[in-house]
Design a protein around this ligand. Structure first.
Ligand code: PRP
Ligand code: URA
Length: 212
């Protein structure tokens, strides 16, 4: 993935371990949900590493000091429904003042094309630092369409976080939105004939919500 400078694969032992637990058939929805939240939280450390800071004058118990604080105060987390919702609690644990926008999107079972069915954003989303999340980046269609929606609303500072990515999705996303920083927990092998990620973890939405 060296050809895509805006794409970062975590390759972190603790994240890889938790993703491996997600993959197992015997991991039930309670544990699956907990793991997705934890992975999202770990990943946010890396995904916010380059945030701008500003100098602020404070007083410690010892002396006056100029210290670093995060410059941007307006963060918006945008889960792609449904499965992205599973990442929200972990992200909010790290960014407690973030607002939440929602994009409803599902893949048509025949065409695998994304269909948008819902969109509700905070009023100041265009001026905010926006983090879009979805555990799965397969063909990339859902991520690309979601970022298109946000750019049409004037959003400029965009990051996309996923837990499992397929090379096909990374390529499509990086080429469609080269200005968006992409963070993936792990890079898998390929897509199968049904456009599921291999080895992957199955249907993330169904596994988070226990619907199958
Ligand atoms: C899954 C997943 C992504 C999308 C990824 O959602 O959560 O949104 O597929 O595939 P893509 O990269 O090929 O677009 P799904 O359509 O299964 O909807 P759900 O979250 O409601 O289950
Ligand atoms: N959506 C999922 O939930 N899993 C995949 O493997 C691909 C798309």
């Amino acid at each position: 993935m060296e050809q895509y400078p805006n794409v970062q694969i975590m390759n972190h032992p603790l994240i890889s371990h938790k993703i491996s637990m997600l993959r197992k058939c015997e991991t039930g929805h309670k544990e699956f949900r907990e793991l997705v939240g934890e992975i999202a939280m770990f990943m946010l450390y890396e995904a916010t590493r380059d945030l701008a800071t500003k100098k602020v004058q404070i007083e410690t118990p010892i002396c006056e000091a100029q210290v670093d604080m995060v410059a941007e105060e307006r963060f918006v987390i945008v889960p792609i429904l449904r499965a992205g919702l599973g990442m929200v609690d972990g992200l909010v644990a790290m960014l407690p003042t973030a607002r939440i926008g929602h994009i409803g999107m599902y893949r048509d079972h025949e065409t695998h094309e994304p269909i948008t069915y819902y969109c509700k954003m905070p009023e100041d989303v265009a001026e905010s630092e926006v983090i879009v999340c979805d555990p799965m980046l397969a063909t990339g269609g859902s991520a690309i369409a979601s970022l298109d929606v946000l750019k049409r609303k004037g959003v400029k500072n965009l990051r996309f976080m996923c837990i499992v990515a397929a090379p096909e999705g990374v390529k499509a996303l990086a080429e469609a939105h080269p200005d968006v920083k992409v963070y993936a927990g792990v890079l898998d092998d390929c897509l199968n004939e049904n456009k599921y990620i291999v080895p992957g973890l199955g249907d993330a939405g169904d596994r988070i919500f226990g619907t199958k």
